[in-house]
Structure formats: C-alpha cells, structure tokens
Design a protein around this ligand. Sequence first.
Ligand code: M6R
Length: 368
Amino acid sequence: DKGGWSSFMAKEISEEPDAVANTIRGRVEGGQVVIPELAGLDELFVDINRIVIIACGTAAYAGTVGTYAIERWAGIPVTVELSHEFRYRDPVIDARTLVISVSQSGETMDTLMAVRFASESGAKTLSICNTQGATIARESDAVVYTHAGPEVAVASTKAFTAQITALYLFGLHLARVRGTQTPEFLASQVEELQAVPDKIASILGASEKIAQLAHWMADSRAVLFLGRHVGYPIALEGALKLKELAYIHAEGFAGGELKHGPIALIEPGQPVFVVVPSPRGSAILHPKVISTIEEIRARGARVIAIAEQGDAAVLPSADEVIPIPLAGPLFEPLLAVIPLHIFAMELATAKGLDVDQPRNLAKSVTVE
Ligand code: M6R
C-alpha cells in the first residue's frame, strides 16, 4: 500500500527519518551504544584485528561510509569490498577477521556466497540486514537488523540510511568495548546520530527546489557527482540512483581524483553535483572542494552543490546550492544523500518512467 504516495519510492524516501530512528531505538543506554544482539561478543570484538565489509550496489556504498566511521572510532583497519569480487579472489582472512555483510534483502546471492566463503575460511561473520530471518542473517554468527521496514521500490533509499545508521551503531559499540574513545566523546557522537532523523525531515520539507532542478535537467545526457571522504560514497550513490531510475549516464568520482583523468569530461553545460563537506567540521577538505568547484566551473560545468546551510564560500562559487542542516562530518552523508534520492526520483518521474520498477532490475538479486 502506497499510503497515498505516488510511488513506493516516494513513500520510502518520506520514511527515511523513521528508518534511522527505528534503527537506533533500543540500542542506546545511558548515552552509550549497547546493541543487545551483540551481548556476549565483547571478547571477540577485542580480539579481532581487522574488519572487511562485503556488500553489493547501494549496500556497498553504505559499507564504504561505514569504513570511515568505524576506523575513526574503533581504531581498527576496515576495508570494504564488493561481495562478488571478494569471493572469487584469494582474500587473506582468518579467525581474527570480522566480515560484516550488509544487505537489505538478506538474499543477495553474491553476498551470501561471500558470507559462506568467509565462514569456511574461519572468519567471524556479522550481518547487517533489513529482512527478519533472511538467509544471510541466519547463516551469520551475529545479526544487527536495520529497522527500516519493508522496502518495495527496486531503488534502495530508506534501507541505505538505515544501513549507515546500523554501521555507525556498530562502530560506537565496538569503540566502547575496545576502549578506543572516551565515554564523553562517544556520547557526543550518539547525540549527533540521534539528531539525524529531525534533520532529514527538514530536508524533506524543503524538497521543492530539488524537484524543480530535476525537471530542468530531464534532458541531460550525463550527470557527474563528486565528493571526498564520506561524501565520496554519497557521490557514488547519487550516480547509481540516477542510472537505475532515469537511465542517464551518471558517474561518481572522488574529488581528489578529478585531475587524474575525469576532468577531461568537463565541457560547457555539464551538470556536476558536488557534495561539499562542512567548513567547520572539515577545515582541511572544505577549501579543497571549493577549489575543485572553481576549477570545473572555469571549464563551463554547471555546479549543483549540496552544502551546509550558510556555507559562505559555496554561495558565490556554485550555480545552485541545496542546503543541508549543520552536522558533524561523519553525519553529513546521512543528510547529503536525501536530496540525491529525491533528485533521481523526480528526474525519472519527469521523464515519465516507472520509478518503482525500473527496466532490467529486480529488487533482490538471487542469482550470482
Ligand atoms: O538486498 P541487498 O541490499 O543485498 O541488495 C544489494 C543491491 O542489489 C541493491 O542495493 C541495488 O544496488 C539497489 N537496486 C540500489 O538502489
């Protein structure tokens, strides 16, 4: 039931604040993250020496966001890998490796095969899953469910924000158990996370401008997305959503990579979304991203910046600015992705396409 919305995707985007809030619920005690499902695993979490996150598509981008936060908080090496690539090379993993799979459906065959392979190799497995009792959840040593509710639209939206939330909760839980951060610092991060749902709601309330932009851009042949740090996987997510829903060639790049090749693509009129980190939270990266914007605009790009409200440097340099509320650097991706979800949906709608069921795609990919 679409509950009065024009599509399941529109309904599910509107549920992103609840998906985050419901995923946090029951997992914070006295200002610290305590995930009940992970009780009894403290010894394991102290013993592991590395984490590998495996997933496909959007879930892999959530995993990439997770790597930045878990490494920062828990001081343990974390890498992310596409399940199908991980499975068929010869990854070096052992009993001190924790392999975290991220999957909305819990039935993605590529990820399931990678989880089985990890178990057979002696690694410990943790599943971040949205579907109760799914195969991947059942076959893992432990599960942390995202509570995004059922996701019907093929394009993943609320499951993505819930996956990042679950990975952050895990990172904060791990940091507490491993004693890598002070309780005060961890409590400040928990507060930041708890503030996210209201901030997402405020972006949803101001989505008219994004819809307008999407309508203006409905004839674009290609759209580029740039981001750095946690903004990089958000750029990749923005590009994937546009490909799958609007059938527009879209690419996401790490901002620092531009001069190593992709800048050759910039020609007059080329639309480029840029995820701008906060000037307060990212004193080093912010000016670098602003100079990237200036460089591509000098070559004629049309820049749409997603930036912190009131960022004075971005206003004169971008063509359009989509403001997002103030948040700590690691929490910005949960906000910056919302306009990109809306943009892809609106652009597909403007082209008269079926946003819930794009061509050639299945909600759950149960073949390798
Ligand atoms: O069910 P899963 O999270 O394992 O699915 C993984 C991908 O197939 C999925 O995220 C896909 O990329 C979406 N269609 C993206 O919107």
